[in-house]
Design a protein around this ligand. Structure first.
Ligand SMILES: Cc1cc2nc3c(=O)[nH]c(=O)nc-3n(C[C@H](O)[C@H](O)[C@H](O)COP(=O)(O)OP(=O)(O)OC[C@H]3O[C@@H](n4cnc5c(N)ncnc54)[C@H](O)[C@@H]3O)c2cc1C
Ligand SMILES: *[C@@H]1O[C@H](CO)[C@@H](O)[C@H](O)[C@H]1NC(C)=O
Ligand SMILES: *[C@@H]1O[C@H](CO)[C@@H](O)[C@H](O)[C@H]1NC(C)=O
Ligand SMILES: *[C@@H]1O[C@H](CO)[C@@H](O)[C@H](O)[C@H]1NC(C)=O
Ligand SMILES: *[C@@H]1O[C@H](CO)[C@@H](O)[C@H](O)[C@H]1NC(C)=O
Length: 392
């Protein structure tokens, strides 16, 4: 339905008068409220003209119609976790407005075990991590073990070391977990004392980094313990990374203050779904996904130094990860992989980052986009482009 001019005007008036528009000067604090990467709250980063906080679905329709009619670029924010802040910052089109869906929420959702196991280089961390790479994608369907790699101070000697933490979630009881580990991964040395038996919701409290016995109601406060300035990049490993290469990676980690590398196992159920069944293409043959990130807490830090560090590590890892394309995880959005410059998205350029995130599914997504949004109204720096006119 094409809304008549008068209905657009009345919607606009309603929007301008109603409480769900936030205007300056409180706008800044609303922008920041769910900006999960503080890098995009710095003063130099463009801010929206308006933030709409719809209270019901019809409000969203009104905003879309108005912004289309007025030609104001629109961004949509849910949780605000986008790695590159694309849900609340537009670097490529000004002015822009944000629709913040914070007030539209309802969720309806039995895992039993968590364990965490920390080891340092002194305890053979590299060897054990190598072993993890060989088996992580082949472990029991109900067992997930990811590895967090960070630096830690060796307090007595004033030097740094690498600490690998094995964070895991098992759907079953502790005795069965111990059996599986004894059989598949005895090198980790898991004991009964390392396991916590609990229900699923309490396990999420643990994985979010809250201390033991924190009630799950903490989530209603929407506190993000990891909120910081950060830059991240991702890779996919199809083969174990040789120990020598891992040792080289440790050297790089010592070059920044707070690096975090995370190895997340794939395989299991993920590899049983075919590559073309859903847009997400990283299936059979993928051993694990890698996150490289650096974070900081001081607004005065040199952002470029951190971004350069992630690029250097990414460069270093090239020989050991997926190729043609070098695949990437769309949830760990990375504008280094390329970006649309403005509403004129280039299909050819976008296929560079598009095939990294979606492999051949990118082309199908382009066809869907061409069908449902041929004018490219919903767009951002890494949105899926419609087909160019001459190719339709
Ligand atoms: C601290 C932190 C930890 C994270 N950990 C993980 C992790 O462990 N695993 C993982 O997979 N990912 C992780 N992520 C990434 C996160 O899952 C993705 O960024 C995800 O897209 C966030 O969703 P959001 O609603 O919070 O993001 P937003 O920034 O609100 O939105 C993300 C994108 O979706 C668009 N969008 C939002 N709502 C809508 C809508 N209703 N309709 C259409 N488009 C919409 C936005 O415009 C934006 O482009 C983490 C991010 C952070 C900041
Ligand atoms: C490690 O040591 C450095 C230098 O002494 C200090 O600045 C830093 O805060 C320490 N980090 C941790 C996690 O203790
Ligand atoms: C989950 O956590 C709550 C709050 O800390 C606690 O009262 C409850 O006993 C826990 N449940 C289980 C199964 O451990
Ligand atoms: C964006 O602009 C840069 C510099 O002008 C250009 O090199 C790049 O190809 C453009 N990207 C796209 C996706 O059009
Ligand atoms: C978009 O591309 C067309 C054709 O290449 C060009 O004529 C036009 O100026 C471009 N518009 C913008 C905003 O870059």
């Amino acid at each position: 339905m094409v809304p008549s001019r008068s209905s657009i005007l009345s919607i606009l008036v309603v929007l301008l008068l109603s409480p769900f528009i936030v205007s300056l000067p409180i706008q800044d604090s609303v922008v920041q409220s769910s900006a999960q990467n503080l890098r995009f709250t710095l003063p130099s980063v463009p801010k929206p003209e308006f933030i709409f906080t719809p209270l019901q679905e019809s409000h969203i329709q009104a905003v879309v119609i108005c912004s289309k009619q007025l030609g104001i670029h629109l961004r949509v924010r849910s949780g605000g976790h986008d790695f590159e802040g694309l849900s609340y910052v537009s670097e490529i089109e000004k002015p822009f407005i944000v629709v913040d869906l914070a007030k539209l929420r309802s969720i309806s959702v039995d895992v039993k075990h968590n364990s965490a196991w920390v080891q340092t280089l002194e305890q053979g961390a590299t060897k054990i991590l190598y072993r993890w790479q060989e088996i992580a994608d082949k472990l029991d369907e109900d067992l997930f073990i990811r590895v967090l790699i960070q630096t830690a101070n060796v307090t007595s000697q004033g030097k740094r070391t690498i600490a690998t933490s094995y964070n895991s979630l098992f759907l079953g009881d502790a005795s069965r977990l111990l059996q599986i580990m004894q059989h598949s991964f005895p090198e980790l040395g898991l004991t009964r004392q390392d396991c916590i038996e609990t229900n699923w919701i309490n396990s999420t409290v643990y994985l979010a980094g809250f201390s033991n016995n924190t009630p799950p109601e903490i989530f209603l406060q929407r506190t993000n313990l990891l909120r910081a300035y950060f830059k991240g990049k991702s890779d996919y490993a199809k083969e174990p990374i040789p120990e020598k290469a891992l040792e080289g990676l440790w050297e790089k980690l010592f070059e920044v203050e707070s690096p975090t590398v995370v190895f997340t196992p794939y395989g299991g159920m993920m590899s049983q779904i075919s590559e073309s069944q859903t847009p997400f293409p990283h299936r059979k043959g993928t051993k694990f996904m890698i996150l490289y990130s650096t974070s900081w807490q001081d607004a005065r830090e040199n952002v470029a130094k951190h971004i350069d560090w992630t690029r250097m590590v990414y460069n270093y890892m090239k020989p050991y990860v997926s190729k043609n394309p070098r695949e990437a995880y769309v949830n760990y959005r990375d504008l280094d992989l390329g970006m649309n410059n403005n509403s004129n998205t280039s299909f050819v350029e976008a296929s560079v980052f598009g095939t990294k995130y979606f492999k051949d599914n990118f082309y199908r997504l382009v066809h869907v986009k061409t069908k449902v949004d041929p004018d490219n109204f919903f767009r951002h720096e890494q949105s899926i482009p419609p087909l160019p006119l001459h190719m339709r």
